[in-house]
Design a protein around this ligand. Structure first.
Ligand code: SF4
Length: 461
């Protein structure tokens, strides 16, 4: 990939630079890719050794050891021992590719299933993620994964070739879902629909090179520099920028395969052309769908602050940036730190920037006074999480500290903002089992007379 300030760093979660198609120019190809993370995946024993050799030579490359389901007919016990030995190599970060392939059907289903189970066992013993190849075999593979895949270790449904329902089923098992160049093909609408429903923390992209070149180079040899085409398509269907998508998928690669946790939480972070401010980690709710406590990450930005930032620190972190809007939020409730919210908002307004406040609507309850007049002139848009059509449902899914007063206070806050501030929007995360989103919408639009936005479950930011 040509080095350029405009090309972000990508993570290719499934490449075969260990394939003979690269024999003639592997080192030239590798030299163009040094900024990018690449996992070279084995499909037989020689290619496993090839992947390890590349990983030993290039610091940005890693290896996966395993035998492709269509090549397991002649797999021997010695081969499994080789995979298990390679699994302990420090540069081998995953086991695979393994799985079921009924499209080519070069190997019988029973042999494929037996090999899949052996690979899963090696992955569990080595505590390394599994790379699953599944072609026309989804119904058969799920029961095996349900029984023998360890979600605590993780794994990837590589080159995902099913629709949104199957993507959701894979996520429920604890799998990551990785999209390849075929998502760019005109007829692959089911893949683009699937890419919309994968939660950010489970999303990966890959080339599967030298195969599956994206539409622009279809039929030609694929290589990791072409991952940008897949990334553009996935970013487009998810409504994020290429930079957002690249950052997110690199973060997911690092976490899943390398076990890397970011050391430093971000105070200020960019998504699309909005600048989000991580005001606080404290919240008066513990919503069922909120990743705040377990995985405080939004679109690849790590937000697990161990010290809450002062207004001066936030303003310094914003520096001279001029985004479309500054969003005061956090993985928590920003009105808990009302003074900081007001100080940062005042400075942003002085600079002529638009300011939005994302809140759970409990600001008056938490501050024991009507804070809405204090926000006038500082906040252009207030975005309030409603999430439920009534108090009982709200208490059940959002678990507010103050079960008696939180929902009525939220409703009164919406009305006060509607009558005082330039724009008030209420949102709900959905779909959530047992929550009638039509009723939430009616409460917002008909009773409260404000705009309503349904946010996809697990899509934050
Ligand atoms: S109100 Fe927002 S920050 Fe607080 S727990 Fe719910 S989703 Fe998370």
């Amino acid at each position: 990939m040509e080095k350029s300030a405009r090309v972000p760093r990508f993570a290719d979660s499934h490449a075969h630079l260990n394939n003979r198609d690269f024999d003639g120019d592997i080192h030239e190809v590798a030299a163009r890719l040094t900024d990018h993370l690449i996992l070279n995946v084995a499909y037989d024993i020689p290619s496993a050794h090839g992947a390890v050799a590349l990983a030993e030579r290039y610091p940005n490359m890693y290896a996966a050891a395993g035998v492709h389901p269509n090549d397991v007919e002649k797999i021997s016990e010695a081969d499994y021992q080789t995979i298990a030995t390679l699994a302990r190599h420090p540069r081998v970060v995953a086991i695979g590719e393994t799985g079921l392939d009924y499209f080519r059907h070069r190997t019988g289903a029973d042999e494929q299933k037996a090999a899949l189970r052996r690979h899963l066992k090696i992955a569990r013993e080595a505590k390394k993620p599994i790379i699953i190849h599944c072609r026309d075999a989804f119904a058969d593979i799920i029961p095996i994964l349900k029984k023998e895949f360890d979600p605590a270790i993780g794994g990837v449904m590589h080159c995902f070739s099913e629709g949104p329902k199957e993507a959701e089923e894979s996520i429920k098992l604890g799998m990551h879902v990785s999209f390849a160049g075929n998502i760019t093909y005109p007829k692959a609408q089911n893949l683009r629909d699937a890419a919309k429903v994968v939660p950010p923390e489970k999303l990966l992209i890959e080339t599967d090179c030298p195969f599956l070149a994206p539409q622009k180079k279809r039929g030609k040899r694929n290589d990791p520099s072409l991952i940008i085409e897949t990334a553009k398509t996935v970013a487009d269907v998810r409504g994020v920028t290429l930079e957002d998508l690249a950052r997110l998928t690199c973060r997911n690669f690092e976490k899943l395969f390398l076990g890397i946790q970011p050391k430093q939480a971000e105070i200020v972070y960019k998504i699309r052309n909005s600048l989000y401010v991580n005001v606080t980690r404290e919240c008066s709710n513990v919503c069922d769908f909120c990743p705040r406590l377990e995985n405080p990450t939004v679109q690849g930005h790590y937000l697990g602050i161990d010290k809450e930032p002062s207004a001066a620190e936030i303003i310094a972190a914003i520096g001279g940036q001029r985004p479309d809007e500054v969003v005061l939020c956090g993985f928590g409730e920003p009105t808990i730190r009302l003074d900081v919210v007001k100080a940062v908002a005042a400075e942003m307004k002085r600079r002529g920037l638009k300011v939005r406040l994302n809140t759970n609507g409990q600001g008056n309850l938490l501050n024991k006074r009507d804070i809405v007049p204090e926000l006038a002139g500082l906040i252009d848009t207030v975005s309030i999480s409603l999430n439920a059509p009534d108090q009982a449902t709200y208490n059940r899914i959002c678990h507010p500290q103050n079960k008696l007063n939180a929902f009525p206070a939220l409703i009164a806050f919406v009305e006060r903002c509607r009558d005082t501030l330039p724009e008030t929007v209420v949102s709900a995360v959905g779909p959530i089992e047992g929550v009638d989103m039509d009723n939430v919408r009616r409460l917002a639009e008909e009773t409260l007379r404000v705009k309503f936005r349904l946010r996809q479950f697990n899509m934050v930011g």
